[in-house]
Design a binder for this molecule. Structure first.
Ligand SMILES: [Zn+2]
Length: 475
């Protein structure tokens, strides 16, 4: 039974999909005005692992992550410059080219980190008609109002406002009074549609003004469009956006649908950077691309999975070095098993390891709110037990194969892409292979067979090709 911590109810709840066998998951995506950074790596690796575990559990997951390409203003404000337009103006190019460039960059990073492609990546510039319709509906329902060409959501009309972040409207009001906007009836009201000033590049005609959507409305409109206006199972995102972004999404969607937006709110925590060790250009040093210049992408993925998604993690040389050594342990384990799988044909000692128990423990950890650090400790225990058997030469071929099959299965959840190691063929192996070739030429098949076994004992395999040629591979 899968239990997930639901930020909406602040409790761990049993997960039951709305439609049996299927899961609808919407994750707030990045605003594409810059390269993705470590915080994104963390969040989207976590969400990818959650998705993978749901799939491992036999569920079909519709995984949606948007790319915000309009409406996210500098300082997350409601007036001022759009983050993407700011870059476009500086570079004298079209804002959508800026968005395209960083979407491509982000996808490269995701591929490196072995994050599975989303079922769909909607972008608000492709949903303007739906956004206008949604906003018009909210005005029609008397939940939103127009003022001077902009449209605002009336927070008073949604009494549950604050239910996700736990913020109380009277406390919020204290803070909101400082920044006065005469168009708003209540300082807490937020923009759904913003009238564009003359410098604004991305703008569209609407019943209210030539303008552009507010930042929060896109997620409500796109998720509602994709999930056919129904409640969906899981809404993911970073907990730094719980207020106002996620809170406003709930208000917009639930006022519009008349029902719950999403059953579960699953929010990841932040990455703490050990600033002391970094120089001035901290931002540039913590893009995924910069980090991947220093570390293997799978080291980064393993480092992320070594903490629970709900807890903050620290980016430091020590924590990455730890992940590096753990990844090496896993890689060695796989290489050793591959070797054993092909070399030891007659040994006894089959099924000494209780794989069923490891499977149960792994699943129990993942079913407990996707507890990846505990799931990884199960893997490390398996490695320790396997290594002992290997050292004592007690692991048979069949069992080695079973362990490998088991690893491959649970690694569908962890998503660690561990490549086949390509290595140079050592000279002594080539010498034996040459001797074997001569034996074959003289039709001394007994000797040829013995030499093959010798090569295999040393961890290599030999494949005969045409014209007495051969190919050596590492096992
Ligand atoms: Zn969002």
């Amino acid at each position: 039974m899968l239990k997930i911590y639901n930020t909406l109810t602040k409790t761990k709840e049993e997960f039951q999909p709305i439609h049996p066998g299927k899961v609808g998951m919407y994750v707030c995506g990045p605003t594409v005005y810059d390269h993705c950074h470590l915080g994104h790596a963390r969040g989207y690796v976590n969400m990818d692992t959650i998705r993978r575990h749901l799939e491992y559990s036999g569920l079909e997951v519709r995984y949606i992550m948007n790319y915000t390409d309009v409406g996210h203003l500098v300082h997350d404000a409601e007036v001022g410059e759009d983050k993407i337009e700011q870059i476009a103006k500086a570079e004298k190019i079209n804002p959508l080219d800026v968005a395209d460039r960083y979407i491509q960059s982000c996808e490269e990073d995701f591929t490196s980190l072995n994050i599975k492609k989303a079922s769909f990546n909607p972008r608000p510039t492709q949903y303007i008609a739906q956004i206008i319709k949604f906003v018009a509906d909210l005005i029609e329902k008397d939940i939103a109002y127009e003022a001077n060409g902009s449209v605002y959501f009336s927070v008073e009309k949604f009494p549950q406002y604050g239910k996700l972040s736990g913020r109380k409207t009277d406390e919020l009001l204290e803070g909101a009074r400082v920044e006065k906007n005469p168009e708003k009836k209540n300082p807490l009201d937020f923009a759904l549609w913003i009238k564009a000033n003359s410098e604004h590049i991305l703008k569209w005609p609407s019943p209210w003004s030539e303008g552009y959507p507010g930042w929060h409305i896109e997620c409500s409109v796109m998720s509602s469009d994709i999930f056919a206006g129904e409640t969906f199972d899981i809404h993911g995102g970073g907990n730094e956006n719980i207020f106002p972004h996620n809170e406003n999404e709930i208000a917009q969607s639930e006022a519009h649908l008349g029902e719950k937006m999403a059953n579960f709110w699953v929010l990841w925590s932040m990455v703490n950077i050990e600033e002391a060790k970094m120089s001035k250009s901290l931002k540039n040093q913590t893009t995924i691309k910069a980090v991947l210049e220093k570390y293997d992408p799978m080291v980064v993925r393993l480092w992320i999975l070594s903490s629970h998604y709900h807890s903050p993690i620290s980016y430091s040389e020590n924590s990455l070095a730890q992940a590096e050594s753990n990844l090496k342990r896993i890689t060695d384990f796989i290489i050793n098993l591959r070797l054993r799988r092909w070399t030891s044909k007659s040994e006894s000692g089959e099924n000494i390891i209780d794989l069923e128990k490891y499977k149960k423990d792994f699943e129990k950890a993942m079913n407990d709110d996707f507890n990846t650090p505990v799931a990884l400790s199960v893997v490390y225990d398996l490695i320790t037990e396997t290594n002992k058997l290997l050292q004592n030469n007690k692991l048979g071929t069949a069992e080695a194969k079973n362990i490998l099959v088991f690893w491959e299965k649970i690694n569908k959840v962890l998503g660690l892409a561990i490549a086949e190691t390509t290595i140079e063929i050592p000279e002594n192996i080539t010498k034996i292979a040459e001797a074997r070739k001569s034996a074959r030429q003289t039709k001394d098949f007994q000797k040829s067979d013995d030499l093959r076994k010798e090569i295999e004992k040393l961890g290599y395999t030999i494949e005969d090709l045409k014209d007495n040629e051969y190919q050596i591979k590492k096992l």
